[in-house]
Design a binder for this molecule. Structure first.
Ligand code: SAM
Length: 239
């Protein structure tokens, strides 16, 4: 049943994640990912975030805006189950859900205020660059943290895979790391790839494919060999 509710973006999120492929599947998995929540008028007033600096973490409620046109599905195949088993949409964190709303806890580093703009500096997000934020709330440990909770199919953090660089990629990494616009680049690349972003069905057999992940405006080219990820090339590419 519909009800009268108009939702608009209060902010937009700027992140190093320029495409969905490679984004961690939950927040907090790649702490080296720094981003910014840019408040939009009429919410871009410092009074709207007065007191927020006392909190170390935030809840971001957001729209899975890139998937909205594809609607929702009653059941989904979570990657954790190898893509073989179906669960109900409300038993998962699927992005294909009624209303397309996501929520993530992120670390708050600083609140910047300059020339009519209010920007929250955050890290650890699992959001695509440009994601519309529909609400921001402080994370309250005494009630939001439930140490005794059972985590269903997602009881533990995902298994990590080793990540290595070819000599050429290592030299490219060192050159890009000197530039201010790529903060904590090595940690970001290894943190993202250690999650092994490939679809589940690719992980069970030999996989010669060359993959690409976009971070900032860089293309990272890699493939899997002997159960580890080898990065071949890091090059400027994404606009
Ligand atoms: N933590 C959130 C939640 O539980 O609601 C998001 C979980 S969802 C499984 C995380 C994935 O959403 C990311 O890996 C990325 O592929 C996708 N994603 C992130 N931002 C998106 C956006 N704006 N539109 C569509 N998909 C997005």
């Amino acid at each position: 049943m519909s009800f009268n509710c108009q939702i608009e973006a209060v902010a937009f999120c700027r992140t190093p994640y320029k495409q969905k492929f490679g984004i961690p599947r939950q927040p907090g998995l790649v702490g080296a990912a720094r981003g910014f929540v840019e408040l939009q008028a009429p919410y871009n007033h410092i009074d709207a975030v007065r007191g927020l600096e006392q909190y170390s973490h935030l809840w971001l409620l957001f729209s899975f805006h890139e998937n909205l046109s594809q609607g929702w599905k009653t059941t989904v195949r979570p990657p954790r189950l190898g893509g073989n088993e179906k669960l109900g949409v409300f038993a998962t964190r699927s992005t294909f859900r009624p209303n397309g709303i996501g929520q993530s806890v992120v670390k708050l580093h600083k609140i910047h205020q300059k020339k009519g703009s209010v920007i929250l500096e955050i890290s650890g997000m699992d959001l695509l660059d440009g994601t519309p934020i529909i609400d921001i709330k402080p994370y309250i440990p005494f009630s939001d943290s439930q140490p005794d909770a059972s985590g269903g199919i997602a009881h533990e953090a995902p298994h990590l895979i080793d990540v290595a660089f070819t000599q050429e990629a290592r030299e490219q990494l060192e050159a890009y790391s000197k530039l201010e616009q790529y903060p904590r680049l090595e940690e970001l690349i290894t943190g993202v790839l250690a999650q092994d972003p490939r679809p589940a069905y690719k992980k069970s057999k030999a996989d010669p494919k060359l993959y690409q992940v976009a971070l900032f405006d860089l293309d990272i080219l890699w493939h899997v060999i002997d159960d580890r990820i080898l990065i071949h090339e890091i090059k400027s590419g994404v606009s």
